[in-house]
Write a protein that binds this ligand. Structure first.
Ligand SMILES: NC(=O)c1ccc[n+]([C@@H]2O[C@H](COP(=O)([O-])OP(=O)(O)OC[C@H]3O[C@@H](n4cnc5c(N)ncnc54)[C@H](OP(=O)(O)O)[C@@H]3O)[C@@H](O)[C@H]2O)c1
Length: 334
């Protein structure tokens, strides 16, 4: 099949392109910077590159013409953004999704997959939830707000008959993850984690390899009109730290777990300071709010309907930390 894909240079998109090529598909990938190492690697693997942005409607239309399947994985994930950053995020996550999915439908592409996120379901209110869960909590970050708006657009297209499958990965972890979680895990492996932490919440995790397998299955044989959560299961934030502490590196004792009110204020103060030093904020008020969220989501429907098996969140973390440690020791990795 001829597959057109956005987000190919990302943490999830890179291995996804590899998986598509291994399955024998021909892949055309939208990239913003064809000279980047990630874009060059895609080309070396056999993908055709098209240069553009998800705001370039004409580029998208030309690149998607003749595609059998479209996979929209481009997205902007960042916490602690200033006003200009939030506007850019809306442009990519909301307008970019409207452009990509809308044009794919106009061109009558046979199968379309949209990569949403489990954040669109909001908080799970203390229990493991599935795709039928209806959110009742307000968004805790601009990312959650923009992806929720994009998800609604995708649902509206499904209702209008578009041949569209929606996949909702939970927090995707694995070596080389540049999200805040991945950055914290690398600090742990390097013995640089501060002895204070926060988070009374529960988060669901899926290993990147399992998420990629899930997306491939959703694209090839997901039921059109359906939504699939991709999740290995949930863990309390404190349990995550305990799992890290069973492995070499890091800090064996956290002497203070901040309460929510303190963590949000403390991170809100750190946020502009990190920006001042040219850093993408690791500690932000968004991160502190998320660490106290209840995000328990099940991947049982995808496992059952698409014959998948997601590893447990504990195993996903052990594999992630082992990969980070190999990379630190120069033994290969991300
Ligand atoms: N990682 C997770 O935990 C997670 C969980 C649930 C859902 N998701 C969703 O999965 C998708 C991929 O996430 P990821 O973790 O792989 O993110 P990522 O590593 O940050 O990659 C984002 C990708 O989107 C591309 N992109 C961003 N803005 C774009 C624009 N305006 N036009 C064209 N391309 C653009 C990036 O291109 P450049 O290389 O040019 O920046 C990159 O290829 C996103 O939609 C995200 O919301 C991620």
């Amino acid at each position: 099949m001829q597959v057109f894909l956005t987000g190919a240079t990302g943490f999830i998109g890179g291995p996804l392109v590899n998986a598509l090529l291994v399955r024998g598909h021909r892949v055309t990938a939208l990239v913003r910077d064809p000279a980047s190492a990630a874009a060059q690697a895609l080309q070396a693997d056999g993908a055709e590159l098209v240069v553009g942005d998800v705001s370039d409607r004409e580029v998208l239309r030309t690149a998607m013409t003749g595609a059998d399947m479209v996979l929209h994985a481009a997205g902007h994930y960042e916490l602690g953004l200033n006003k200009a950053g939030r506007a850019r995020m809306t442009q990519t996550n909301v307008n970019g999704t409207a452009n990509t999915l809308g044009i794919a439908r106009e061109l009558r592409v046979k199968r379309i997959l949209y990569v949403s996120t489990a954040f669109v379901f909001g908080q799970s209110d203390g229990r493991l939830r599935d795709e039928t869960w209806v959110r009742s909590s307000p968004p805790q970050s601009h990312y959650e707000a923009t992806k929720s708006e994009a998800h609604e657009l995708a649902l509206a297209l499904q209702r209008a008959g578009a041949p569209l499958v929606i996949a909702c990965p939970v927090a995707v972890i694995g070596p080389g993850d540049h999200s805040n979680l991945g950055r914290l895990a690398r600090l742990y492996v390097r013995n640089l984690l501060p002895p204070v932490s926060f988070g009374e919440g529960t988060v669901s995790f899926v290993h990147r390899e399992d998420a990629v397998a899930g997306l491939l299955h959703c694209l090839e044989r997901g039921q059109l009109g359906e939504t699939y959560l991709l999740s290995g299961g949930a863990l309390p934030v404190r349990e995550v730290f305990k799992i890290w502490q069973t492995t070499p590196g890091g800090l064996q004792f956290i002497w203070w777990w901040m309460p929510r009110w303190w963590a949000v204020r403390y991170c809100a103060v750190l946020e502009p300071l990190q920006r001042l030093f040219g850093q993408t904020p690791l500690f932000s008020a968004d991160l502190a709010r998320i660490a106290f969220m209840d995000l328990q989501f099940s991947g049982a429907k995808a496992e059952q309907d698409l014959q998948l098996k997601f590893r447990s969140p504990r195993q996903a973390w052990l594999d992630t930390l082992a990969g980070e440690r190999r990379a630190l020791l120069g033994l290969g990795g991300p």
